[in-house]
Write a protein that binds this ligand. Sequence first.
Ligand code: 4AD
Ligand code: MG
Length: 446
Amino acid sequence: MVTESQSLNTPHVYIKHLNEHVGSEVTLKGWLYNLRSSGKIAFPQLRDGTGIVQCVVLKNAVPPEMWESLKSIGQESALIVRGTVRADERAPSGYEIDVSHAEILQAVHDYPITPKEHGPEFLLDHRHIWLRSRRQHAILKVRHTVVQAVRNFLDGNDFTLCDSPIFTPAACEGTTTLFEVDYFDDQKAYLTQSGQLYNEATAAAFGKVYCFGPTFRAEKSKTRRHLTEFWMVEPEMAYATLNDVMSLSECMLSYIAERVLEDRAEELKVLERDVTRLKAITPPFPRLHYDDAVKVLHDGHEKGVLDSRFEWGGDFGAPDETYISGQFDKPVMVHHYPAAVKAFYMARDPERNELALGVDVLAPEGYGEVIGGGERATSLEFLQQQIAEHELPEQAFDWYLDLRRYGSVPHAGFGMGIERCTAWMCGIEHVRETIAFPRMMYRLRP
Ligand code: 4AD
Ligand code: MG
């Protein structure tokens, strides 16, 4: 988009569109990223959110006062420059700007984030400005593409977006991770852990649906994979099974990887991501029965890689997931977990009642579970019994049980955490950098 600059009479151009303006005079509006200068020449690097470009200011080409103020400004000074676009193969962006005029909106001299190493706590305290740095910018652009890919994929496959509420009357994923809030008239409400139960209602109305929004977990967990507020996309399909969920998972993740590789090549370079790992994400993904996953863990124990011998029946810890996924270069789909470690709504294996028709998709490279889902129980009596066994308030689930009274059919779906997926795509250590303002056990600011 080109808009007429108010202050300078040339078109305002975004840095990412400079290729369309070679040889022309343009106005760029942004912030100073870096500045080198000598006696007669200065090289301010300007960033505008769409890119970074090096500008060239010759002392003789601008008024003396402009030269004086320009050569002393610090990082993140607000700056509008006018100049001619020149293609230059040696320039990192491919272009340089020969500046004829500069306007300093605000000179900054004490920007807190400097090129020296800062600790993670300092950077997280300054998250509101840390977002401007090249690496953080690259990560959030990848996140944007992950979200866009998810929406394109589901919209293109006939899923209808039906968002679910944030205030909910009861737990979906276990009562130990609920955030309670005061509601009106002494009622308690809980921040949603998952929109799934509502998805099951909308799936019966629309066939294929998804919800996509923030979800909350009061987990007292400080790992690199946990946030207390994270974004989850949850597709749900009527007349669908565990196998359908596995097929949808592998297609969606492969599509996301393809979009990220194509649309965010520059950002992946900034992040020094090994793209061969992303190129490997193509269907089909290996499918591993829980029983076989346990055998893999026993094998790991015998080889001395895993400290303790895994007991059949338990849920996998992070080291277990890492070991299992380490056996494959693609994500691996572990299915048929023991029902005892899964949520109340899971359908059971008709052949082995102790197993749930659930699946976790474990990403390679130690990223762990990125998708959790499966087939839902269809029987009213079974669910009533499950709700009682899990000590959940039956009254709060009355509407949910109606779905088993009126036209109950096999249905299935999953949830994917956007931050875990983004961390994996970026190849970064911690999910906290994949959301603009992370919420964690010990972080509620900025
Ligand atoms: O496995 P989870 O808990 O599954 C559900 O909530 C289902 N009701 C979803 C469904 O079937 N519709 O969570 C799904 C995904 C995980 O695989 C993970 O990617 C992400 O949500 N996730 C988290 N991400 C960041 N921080 C946390 N604390 C997370 N907890 C889950
Ligand atoms: Mg899970």
